[in-house]
Every structure is written in structure tokens, then in C-alpha cells.
Design a protein. Structure first.
Length: 137
């Protein structure tokens, strides 16, 4: 019996697709900026990674006394992820660090955060990349 035969009659209890995760906001599409950074496959960030390393608005600029925007912060994450992918070899998960000003707390100085770049199959088996926190898989 092959593995395929084993699962042939299995009942699917629940399925949650990448497309649904993007629609629900559990994943945030990196869009065209990922292609500009050199990625050939679609890239999305988990909501937790987005909130930690990318999310930023005018209120954050006022509160932190700095001028940043989400596009610039996303570029930093994508660029560091791209460098990590190059050094990661054939692994399907590689950790990397990004300096970012945290949204929470009073500090204005950039702090390191560790993120994970993961490669896996999309909804139709195509290769896709996901950036999450180091504890997400």
C-alpha cells in the first residue's frame, strides 16, 4: 500500500487555504514589492510578523518622533529575507533578523527582531514563501 492509497478514503474534517488566510487577514500579501526585492515566488507575512516588523502609521510617527512608513519597513524585511534565502541553501526554513523601531513601548531606538522565512506549497502545490515570527511554522 502506498501513502497515497492510505489517504484515498480519508474524510477532510477542515481545510483552510492560503487564499482564505489572505482574505481573512491572517496572512498579508507582500505584493509587487517582493518581486522588486528579487523573489520569484509569492511572498506573504503572517499577521504577527506584519504587526511586529512592518505595521506603521502616522500616529506611530508622532508617538515615536520618527518618520517611517510601511512600505519602507516591508522593504527592509523583504531585503533581509532575500539575503537569508541566499545563504539558507536548500532548507525550507531559515531565520533572519531585522532592525525595526518597535511600535509598542516608549523606545525610539531600532531593535532586532527575529523572523523566519519558510518555503512550502501553495493551495495548488506551487511554491510560495511565508515570513513569520521565529516561533511560527
Amino acid at each position: 500500500m502506498t501513502t497515497t492509497d492510505f489517504w484515498a478514503d480519508a474524510e477532510i474534517i477542515h481545510a483552510y487555504s492560503r487564499a482564505q488566510a489572505l482574505d481573512d487577514g491572517a496572512l498579508v500579501d507582500a505584493g509587487d514589492l517582493a518581486a522588486e526585492a528579487g523573489f520569484r515566488w509569492p511572498v506573504a507575512l503572517t499577521r504577527a510578523a506584519w504587526e511586529d516588523a512592518v505595521a506603521w502609521d502616522d500616529a506611530d510617527n508622532t508617538r515615536k518622533g520618527t518618520v517611517q512608513d510601511e512600505k519602507g519597513r516591508l522593504w527592509d524585511v523583504l531585503w533581509m529575507a532575500k539575503l537569508a534565502a541566499k545563504r539558507g541553501g536548500n532548507r525550507d526554513r531559515v531565520l533572519f533578523q531585522v532592525l525595526r523601531v518597535p511600535r509598542t513601548g516608549r523606545g525610539q531606538r531600532p531593535r532586532l527582531t527575529t523572523l523566519a522565512l519558510m518555503v512550502g506549497p501553495g493551495d495548488c502545490g506551487e511554491p510560495v514563501m511565508t515570513i513569520g515570527t521565529e516561533t511560527e511554522d
